[in-house]
Write a protein that binds this ligand. Sequence first.
Ligand code: ADP
Length: 471
Amino acid sequence: MEIIHISAECYPVAKAGGLGDVVGALPKYQCRAGHFAKVVMPMYRTKFLYENEWDIDFKGQTYMGGRYFEYTIIKEKHNKLGFELYLVDINGLLDREKVYGYDDDNERFLSFQIAVMNWMNHWEHTPDIVHCHDHHTALIPFMMQFCYEYKKLSNTPSVLTIHNAQYQGVMGWDRGRYIPAWDGWKYGMLDWNKDLNPLASGIKCAAKVTTVSQSYLNELRYHSNGLEKLFEYEKGKCMGILNGIDNEVWDPSTDTYIEHHYTAEDVTKGKKENKKALCAKFGLDETKPLFVFIGRLVGEKAADILPDAIMSALYNMPRQLNFLILGSGDPAVERRLEGMMINYASVYHAVIGYDETLSHNIYAGADFLMMPSRVEPCGLNQMYAMRYGTMPLVRSTGGLQDTVVDMGDPGGFGIRFNHATAGDLLHAISRAVGLFDDKKKLESMRKQMMGIDHSWEATVDQYLNMYKALQ
Ligand code: ADP
């Protein structure tokens, strides 16, 4: 099958979170399974663009409402990522350094989608599957079916994968004119609560909708930022497929970002060496258990409860533990986490920002990873942590619930709690401190976690079978 993935992110070209990881890996494993998967994404001005060689694949022009624009599609020359990678350049809209966070994000991603449609419309053939990811590309299924210009693609099946339903790309109906001429009777396929809602439109129009874990799909029918009824209504075409992880990028025995490599066999030694280096870097104590958090500092991740939980832990269990935080997001949470360094210098450190290298070193050197998330569609961090023998402390929600079994349950290897509160997290931390003293049990759980197979090889077939059913 020929599958085209359309996405705002793809690791290592541009990544802001789990979406990038998934789109950087899934197509590679689809190609390895004998299919022809490719990715098209915006041409941001990132390091990857300047460090690689490109061919011009296509030059076109089209309109977004009354606004005429020209676009260029370039293709990475050597298939470095294991699949064909195409970037769309639109001057004035996509030529930015960051993926998101601009006032005109709606126009940016609309123009990207229109350019991709226009490009595919010029192909001599049609792909077997058009696979869209999140709201930035969720208007494509509508355009394929109801824009007169793109009739050629109206019989091609489209799939929408929802990595995060909190963000829906909602815009006022004044932007409706930007979409290339469409069948006005189909107004309802774009509308949700009197707004133009790309994610809702994608759910209505795609042939199949997937979420990145089964538990998340179940939750969306009760909490989905206003789309609950839609998920209930469309449940027949929705399915959950748990994300995999790229075992080649995330492998403690070969990871190029970390200094001391290890396998499950020598996990105790390997983690000790990595922890030593990590603690030395941030003035922490390598003899104490090291608790870490990596991620976006936003409400979904419950980053706001971290300061209280950490301060309570340090107050209740003085001199017994260390904390290290890596993340960025809500400025108020950033300031609080940063400010705490003054009072807790030798047991706490926060790095505010995004740092891929450091994240790998933290997974390798930490003892426990905290994920108190309020919402977690799949969560990759806990899977990476387990692969590196780091025990996850997670709230029982979404994909965390599907991947972590509490150590108190048969065959368990992690710590789960029910509420995104400082109290629940504190309790989980105290259980972890108890485990840290039982070195034998800790080592056997580390080995157990490292043996769990969350690879894409194990999950790629679920996507392929779903595509086949649509042919
Ligand atoms: P989400 O996509 O909701 O942010 P996921 O758990 O699915 O969460 O994916 C998060 C990914 O982003 C992981 O690869 C994680 O290591 C990475 N990440 C998040 N924040 C940072 C950061 N500040 N520095 C480095 N990597 C980060």
